[in-house]
Design a protein around this ligand. Structure first.
Ligand SMILES: Cc1cc2nc3c(=O)[nH]c(=O)nc-3n(C[C@H](O)[C@H](O)[C@H](O)COP(=O)(O)OP(=O)(O)OC[C@H]3O[C@@H](n4cnc5c(N)ncnc54)[C@H](O)[C@@H]3O)c2cc1C
Length: 473
């Protein structure tokens, strides 16, 4: 197994090969000296500072094939960028080639099949905008400027998850350029093994040029819940959430999180900066029914702030966007758990209340419902059956606070892991520093089959800047 390393060629590119690529490429090719390069190498997480030797901004499948062929033939490290929102910053590399799909973001709804096809560089805002024209949606994430590619390939948890499943569960087909430059369409009927692996197995198998998803009737208005309860009710609040979640209909998908109320005019002045337990969620069904179903979350205590109510689905989808500006520093790690024991509740609350940054949160994602209607071995996605995912989101502004914030998330996760034998979610991987251990635990019993598929399609591990499944030698 040949695994290319960053800087193997010292950042030197073969100029004849670059000139040949330039003569065939329709999109932009950016070198460090070119205007636009600095912007092209920046990703969402401001902690990531990598300098690819070449950024290939593809305009179509033919460009992607040219770029993959170049990267492979020249033996340079290859990074792939969808929405550029991966916390670990894997969309860029040092010295190698960054294949950037951000301009391949076309979205087309097909009403006859009730599906949508979206380019590998689209964001959830791009997809929701087009599908909501028809009162339809496919499950995405909870922040609209996240890329559909990385999110879907790793699974995809959003506001519709318990009613309609993960993003990857809604895939009908995937167009892919393989490491040997072949274009293929994987679905239930073609390249079934690859299609199985693409549903959760991450960016291990090539460059996805477009995704086709099933659509469902959603909105345009939904019942949304976004309420902050006072910090002195936080422990009791998460215990209450545990009871609520156990019996909630699957139309309800809620995220409970400990946070400090943002210093933002959207919130009452008295509440700003207060420690709180928030519930954020949605009812994927009639607004009236949803208002009733979500009411207990709002009425559990006297809220510090309550932004709940009927709202446009697209507003719900973008409600958190401003909380995650590009260029700030972020370190997110996660762990599936089987229950929320009183001990875990207390641990999470205490960790959140003592976070070194008031921008950080500890999140508990309610799972189950449609996610568990797909068998654990029907797709690569691991840890189905877990009722909750816990995420430590360290978010801070100043580079000098980096160490304390990263340590906070690591310590919190380490304490939580003493209570569970489950793994992590690959889309919240920290820096990916746990390597194979994290990947194995994330996929569990599906890991060996993923290795087989990886060994078939990417035996040289050309695509390894991801939560890497290492092929057999
Ligand atoms: C603000 C924010 C909110 C988030 N919210 C959610 C959420 O609600 N639910 C959830 O499940 N996750 C969420 N995430 C995590 C998210 O799923 C991952 O960060 C994901 O990697 C983002 O995808 P991207 O395309 O934007 O990232 P990129 O950094 O562009 O890509 C990440 C990786 O995906 C692979 N990849 C990207 N594009 C392609 C492609 N076209 N073909 C093949 N491989 C590709 C590559 O391996 C790449 O390194 C969130 C992240 C952020 C930053």
């Amino acid at each position: 197994m040949a695994t290319r390393r960053a800087g193997e060629r010292g950042g030197e590119l073969n100029e004849t090969a670059v000139a040949r690529l330039r003569s065939r490429f329709k999109g932009e090719l950016l070198r460090p000296e070119d205007p636009g390069y600095e912007e092209a190498r920046a990703v969402w997480n401001g902690m990531i500072d990598r300098r690819p030797a070449l950024v290939a901004r593809c305009r179509g499948v033919a460009d992607v094939i040219e770029a993959v062929d170049f990267g492979r033939d020249e033996g340079v490290e290859i990074a792939v960028r969808g929405g550029g929102h991966n916390v670990a910053g894997n969309a860029v590399c040092d010295d190698g080639l960054a294949i950037d799909l951000s301009e391949m973001n076309d979205v087309r709804v097909d009403l006859s099949t009730r599906t949508v096809r979206a380019g590998g560089g689209a964001t959830w805002a791009d997809v929701d905008r087009e599908t909501q024209l028809f009162g339809l949606a496919t499950p995405g994430g909870v922040v609209s400027d996240t890329g559909i590619a990385g999110l879907t390939l790793g699974g995809g948890l959003g506001h519709l998850r318990r009613k309609y499943g993960l993003s990857c569960d809604n895939l009908v087909s995937v167009d892919l350029v393989t490491p040997d430059g072949m274009f293929l369409t994987a679905s239930e009927d073609e390249y079934e093994d690859l299609f199985w692996a693409l549903r959760g197995g991450g960016g291990n198998f090539g460059v996805v040029t477009s995704f086709e998803y099933r659509l469902h009737p959603v909105g345009p208005e939904v019942a949304g819940c976004f309420v902050f309860h006072p910090g002195d009710e936080a422990t009791e609040g998460l215990r209450f959430f545990r009871e609520y979640a156990a019996s909630a209909p699957e139309e309800v998908s809620v995220l409970a999180f400990f946070a400090f109320v943002p210093d933002d005019p959207t919130f009452p002045e008295a509440a700003r900066g207060e420690f709180a337990l928030a519930f954020l969620g949605c009812y994927a069904g009639p607004v009236g029914e949803g208002t009733d179903a979500l009411r207990p979350l709002r009425e559990f205590a006297t809220p510090l702030a309550d932004l709940s109510g009927p709202m446009a689905y697209t507003d719900l989808q973008s409600m958190l966007d401003e909380d995650y500006p590009e260029g700030m520093e972020y370190y997110w790690k996660s762990q599936y758990v089987d229950d929320l024991s009183d001990e875990i509740v207390a641990q999470l609350r205490d960790a959140a209340a003592t976070a070194p940054s008031t921008l950080s949160t500890v999140d508990v994602w309610q799972l189950g419902g449609a996610i568990d209607r797909i068998g654990p071995d029907e797709s690569a996605f691991g840890n189905r059956g877990a009722p909750y995912l816990v995420t430590f989101e360290a978010n801070w502004e100043r580079p000098e606070d980096r160490e304390a914030n990263v340590r906070w998330a690591r310590d919190g996760l380490a304490a939580l892991r003493r209570h569970t034998s489950r793994g992590a979610y690959v889309n919240f991987p920290g820096f990916g520093e746990e390597g194979e251990a994290l990947v194995r635990a994330a996929y569990g019993d599906n890991y060996d089959r993923l290795v087989e598929v990886k060994s078939t399609y990417d035996p040289e591990n050309a695509f390894h800047l991801n939560q890497n499944v290492v092929p057999n030698a």
